[in-house]
Design a protein around this ligand. Structure first.
Ligand code: AGP
Length: 600
């Protein structure tokens, strides 16, 4: 997720833009840049790397209007040419989001004579605005935005004119005295003003030193409330949430929306995975798949096994990366490395063992330019934006999103799925982000249950088929952030040993969403209830039967059985988070753990 800042006032813009960008560094980025209107032209300074490098190379710039950007690469490598701002004629643009139809725009604009220098979707927007510009910047911006599909938060500079607009990506306007600000996130400008206008989707703001006018895409003026922010800086970086982990759990709908953006057409039943680098023939020739990963990414791979085997008929082995390096991959198989950081030493070491074994390799990762991306034949980015909390949440959900798309795409290429089946799945997938939002807005019961769980020493998570990996993920989440011992088990496995540990002091979280294994899950619940264990079920919101058998029910929206893991994940994440909060644990930085484990 990129950082955006803008300034229009009476002070020199450059130092304010740089200072504001530095306040967004916590979000992670790979390049930075500013554009300032300096007497009669726009000066652009941008480069790969840290803001400090950019600052050290800046000349004295007198201009008092400008924009700035920190880039988290989604389209195009992290380098100077792809860094923002992007310019076209007398216009400079910074952008956060994904323009889904940028290729067709690029072709249209190239045919009109525009010359592209970068690989980014944002440059297409800069040329598009320029193509509409007739001395009214706001009008040109609106006309251009009407042509694009996708998500955006933008700031546009032309001469001393400064315009901002948003759809699906956050953007605020800061109201100062004789100066006004634009920012993608409040921390950037909290030092300068606490008076904030929150732009809503499809709103445009024209910003001058003494005025901010907001209007819709039909240029109808909109009266906006000014909110006085009383957060301190740390709270502002978490958008008011107590921890980055909770903020990132709440970012999951948008993360998944970005994961899907430009990749699925539910009307045509088509899936486009840029960077896959596998032809339909190569997909049909895949004899088996090895998924290699660690930790939460390994749990994503476990669900991937069920998805590939169920939807595309390909046999899948899921391997703990630190063990896989001692195994021998089957020649002709596809090895998929899953790693949100792209820097996990165990995963990289396992992948390097595969080199030269005749296997094609693919990475599913969140970080452009990471080591993993340079060592595989194809890369699919999860696009969930920087994740600050050590415990993986939105990156896990986005990994699942990519695995669903891959399994469906493989199933289609191998003639395993009808077009109607694919369309139905894609329509259901598109509903998931909104369903996650519903879970996030219904936390009171989870908070109450967490009070009980927080006093436990041992907790079990159980599930079957698609939700077995989520039982493992729930146990990992609870362990790593609350320090409570937790086990995840295939529900049918309890009676083969672990049941000996079940007593009235071992709460059991049973993932019992409706599907082929529901009745068996009810039997497993009865098994543990017979040992007086307290049972919390994660079940469909319309399931009125389950409450007969358990002590509490965390309800999630109903969806296709195969998609239920995405929603049950959110419930176990919240349960683990609030349990750890009850225990006053350092949730964002758990003891002994690192966000990226770069040692073997
Ligand atoms: C998950 O919450 C943990 N942070 C950890 O298990 C993590 O998933 C594992 O280290 C793998 O990291 P990666 O996805 O960056 O490879």
């Amino acid at each position: 997720m990129c950082g955006i800042v803008g300034y229009s006032g009476r002070n020199r813009a450059a130092p304010i833009l740089i200072d504001s960008l530095k306040r967004l560094e916590y979000r992670g980025y790979d390049s930075a840049g500013i554009a300032v209107f300096n007497s009669n032209s726009i000066k652009v300074y941008k480069d790969k790397g840290k803001i400090a490098n950019l600052e050290n190379g800046l000349p004295e710039i007198a201009g008092t209007v400008g924009i700035g950007h920190t880039r988290w690469a989604t389209h195009g490598k992290p380098n100077k040419i792809n860094a923002h701002p992007h310019t076209s004629g007398s216009i400079a643009v910074v952008h956060n989001g994904i323009i889904e139809n940028y290729q067709e725009l690029r072709e249209r604009l190239t045919q009109s004579g525009y010359v592209f220098s970068s690989e980014t979707d944002t440059e297409a927007l800069a040329h598009l605005i320029n193509s509409y510009y007739r001395d009214d910047l706001a009008e040109a911006v609106v006309s251009a935005l009407k042509d694009i599909r996708g998500s955006f938060a933008i700031a546009v500079l032309c001469g001393s004119e400064l315009v901002a607009a948003r759809k699906d990506s956050p953007l605020v306007i800061g109201i100062g005295s004789g100066e006004n600000f634009i920012a993608s996130d409040i921390p950037a400008i909290l030092k300068y003003t606490r008076q904030i206008i929150f732009l809503d989707d499809l709103e445009v703001a024209s910003v001058t030193p003494d005025s901010v006018s907001v209007f819709d895409f039909e240029r109808h003026q909109i009266e906006k409330k000014i909110t006085s922010i009383d957060w301190d800086l740390e709270a502002a970086e978490k958008s008011g949430y107590d921890h980055f982990m909770l903020k990132e759990i709440h970012e999951q709908p948008r993360a998944l929306h970005e994961t899907f953006a430009g990749r699925i057409s539910e009307l045509e039943g088509s899936i486009t995975l840029d960077g896959l680098n596998l032809t339909p023939v190569q997909i049909r020739d895949i004899s088996r798949i090895s998924l290699i990963a660690c930790g939460t990414s390994f749990n994503a791979g476990l669900l991937g096994k069920y998805l590939f085997e169920h939807l595309s008929g390909i046999h899948v082995d899921v391997e703990i990366a630190s063990e896989f390096r001692y195994a021998h991959p089957f020649p002709g198989s596809l090895v998929i490395a899953i790693s949100q950081s792209g820097e996990t030493a165990d995963t990289l070491a396992a992948l390097r063992e595969v080199k030269g074994s005749g296997c094609r390799t693919l990475a599913i990762t969140n970080v452009m330019g990471s080591t993993l991306t340079r060592e595989v034949d194809g890369v699919i980015y999860t696009r969930s934006g920087p994740e600050i909390g050590v415990a993986a949440t939105k990156t896990f959900i986005s990994q699942l999103g990519v695995l669903y798309l891959l399994a469906l795409h493989f199933g289609k290429s191998r003639g395993m799925l009808s077009s109607d089946h694919i369309k139905r799945m894609l329509i259901s997938l598109k509903h998931i982000p909104a369903q996650i939002t519903r879970i996030n807005s219904n936390k009171e019961l989870i908070k109450k249950l967490a009070q009980t769980l927080s006093a436990s020493n041992d907790v079990f998570f159980i599930g079957r088929t698609f939700n077995y990996p989520i039982a493992l993920e729930g146990a990992l989440k609870l362990k790593e952030i609350s320090y409570i011992h937790a086990e995840g088990y295939a529900a049918g496995e309890l009676k083969h040993g672990p049941l000996a540990l079940i007593t009235k002091n071992t709460p059991v979280i049973a993932i019992a969403t409706k599907g082929a294994t529901y009745d068996k899950m009810v039997n497993n619940i009865k098994e543990v209830k017979a040992r007086e264990a307290p049972v919390i079920a994660i079940a469909d919101e319309k399931d009125m039967e389950i409450e007969r058998y358990v002590d509490a029910v965390v309800r999630i929206p109903a969806t296709e059985e195969i998609l239920s893991p995405i929603l049950s994940t959110v419930a176990i994440q919240l349960l683990s988070y609030y349990t750890a909060k009850e225990r006053d644990c350092p949730i964002d930085q758990p003891r002994n753990l690192a966000k990226s484990v770069t040692v073997e």
